[in-house]
Structure formats: C-alpha cells, structure tokens
Design a protein around this ligand. Structure first.
Ligand SMILES: NC(=O)c1ccc[n+]([C@@H]2O[C@H](COP(=O)([O-])OP(=O)(O)OC[C@H]3O[C@@H](n4cnc5c(N)ncnc54)[C@H](O)[C@@H]3O)[C@@H](O)[C@H]2O)c1
Length: 267
C-alpha cells in the first residue's frame, strides 16, 4: 500500500533520503516538501519533481500520512506540535532538539492529543535497536565516545578547553552526560540524544568527546552493558556527498524508516 510522505526541509538529508527512496522499489509517494517562505525556487532546484509549499497548512492539505522533519531543530519546534496534534505521524531527524525537556514534553502531549506517533530513526549511528531491546531486560550502562580530528571541533566550546592546532595525541574535550553534551555541543546533540532516548535517559548516558589527530574522520564508539549481554561498536561515518557537513548514513536511516512504514517485512 502506498504511503504518503511529506517533507520539511530540502537540504543534504532531504536530498539524499529522496534519492535513496527513488532508487528503492518502495511504495512511497512524496506528496510535497515545506520550505521557508520565499525559498521555493531553491527548494524546487534541490528536489526536482516534488511539489514545494511554503506553509504547514499547504503541506498538510496534500494529505501526508507521515511528515519527515529533515530540516532543523527550530523547524521541529515550530511545526512538530501542530503536525502531531492534527493526527499526522512525525519522523524526526533533528533528534538533538529532544534534549530540551520542554520541547520533548510538548511533542509527546501533541502526539497524545492527535493519537499520532513520533518516529526516531537511528540517524548517524547503529546499535540503537539492541540498546532499546536491552532496556527491556535491564540496561546497566551506555557510553558514547565521539572521536574527530581537532579541526572538526572548531567553532565549539572545545576551543576553550584545548589548543586544537597543537594537539599531538587524543585529548578529551568533554566528559559528562548526554543531556549536557547535547546542549553544549549541538553538533553532537543528535547522537547523544538518540542514545539517551533509546536507553538510560539523557542524564544516565555517559558521553566523552575527543579531539584525536589520528582520527580518520567522524568516529562513533558505543559501549553498552545490560542483563542480556554487552556490545561495543565503532562506526566511522562518511560525509554526505550532497552536504559534506552531514552524515551519509543519517539520510539513509530516514529512507529506511519510511520504507519500513509501507513494507510487508519490517527490519
Ligand atoms: N539524527 C542524526 O543522527 C542526524 C545526523 C545528521 C544531521 N541531523 C540533523 O538533520 C537536520 C538536517 O540536516 P541537513 O544536513 O540536511 O541540513 P542542511 O543544512 O543541509 O538542510 C536543512 C534544510 O532545512 C531547511 N529548513 C531549515 N529550517 C526550516 C524551516 N523552518 N522550514 C522549512 N525548511 C527549513 C533549510 O532551508 C535546508 O534546506 C539537522 O537538524 C541536523 O542536525 C541529524
């Protein structure tokens, strides 16, 4: 059965996810994409063949069964509650925004009112399925380490902690909770918030941010211990070709989550 999907945003993740959906055999009908007022021409160029609208009411008038937010934390805050209240499911990729307890509570309340659901794909990382399953049997620890080359930490509070130009060995920039890390380092907020929400919560998930001159790129290391077992993964994400600042895997995880909504086998 065809699933009707609306998008918010037309940047790197939107374009890569649309490309992956179009290459797949999935029965997904992209009914339209919402851009900021006055940006229709840019959005049309980025997402050829997809109807572009400039208001949420115009997007919802196209009848999406699910809206995928692939835009920004502010777009999620602006449109998320209305989408859910009106009974439309909402897939969220700007998961870092959910580290803000007020926004999380308002989205949950809106979903309750509208009998709609908030869908969170794994984004740039893996192992989220095992963490969420292990939680049901007793989860003891979730540790996340983000290792990136020093230059990747420019423009963050890391600049006050270390002289990024002079580092010769791995240096811990931050050690603390996922909740605090997400607010201090918005670049790492999505992964920290995803792990927190899947497992022990944002305050009990441990986060370490490391500048490593030898890091081959953006490396995610996740260690998990629970009653059902333990695991550790290391995932080296490649940047998206569309937007080098974003993760190629995150867009694919959006496409996968949407395909699972219409597929006979959900995996
Ligand atoms: N969950 C994860 O693991 C993960 C990984 C990478 C990126 N992200 C998040 O995904 C989001 C999108 O990333 P991207 O790389 O595609 O960014 P991008 O900058 O390439 O594109 C964002 C797009 O959203 C549009 N947009 C922003 N605010 C809008 C609004 N209010 N209304 C309509 N459109 C709006 C912009 O114009 C742009 O087209 C970001 O919030 C990013 O943090 C999440």
């Amino acid at each position: 059965m065809t699933k009707k999907v609306g998008l918010i945003g037309y940047g790197g993740i939107a374009r890569d996810a649309v490309e992956a959906l179009q290459k797949s055999a999935a029965n997904i009908q992209l009914v339209g994409a919402l851009c900021e007022p006055g940006r229709t021409a840019d959005a049309r160029a980025a997402l050829p063949g997809i109807k572009i609208v400039e208001s949420l009411s115009d997007l919802l008038a196209l009848g999406p069964e699910v809206v995928a937010e692939v835009a920004s934390q502010s777009a999620l805050a602006l449109f998320g509650p209305d989408i859910l209240t009106r009974g439309t499911d909402l897939l969220v990729i700007s998961i870092g925004a959910l580290a803000e307890p007020k926004l999380l509570a308002s989205l949950k309340a809106a979903g309750h009112r509208g009998k709609s659901r908030i869908l969170l794909p794994a984004g740039a990382i893996g192992g989220v399925d095992a963490i969420a399953a292990m939680r049901l049997g007793g989860l003891h620890a979730v540790r996340y380490r983000s290792r990136k080359p020093p230059a990747a930490w420019r423009g963050t509070p890391a600049e006050k902690v270390a002289d990024l130009d002079k580092l010769t060995s791995p240096t811990v920039l931050y050690r603390g909770t996922a909740g605090e890390a997400a607010l201090l380092y918005p670049q790492n907020a999505n992964v920290a918030a995803t792990l927190g929400l899947a497992g022990l919560g944002l305050d009990a998930t441990q986060v370490e941010l490391v500048a490593d001159p030898q890091a081959p790129g953006n490396v995610h290391e996740i260690e998990v211990e629970g009653s059902a077992g333990r695991f550790a993964i290391q995932l080296q994400g490649k940047p998206s070709r569309t937007n080098p600042k974003t993760s190629a895997l995150a867009a694919l995880s959006v496409a996968r989550a949407l395909i699972n909504l219409e597929s006979a086998i959900v995996i």
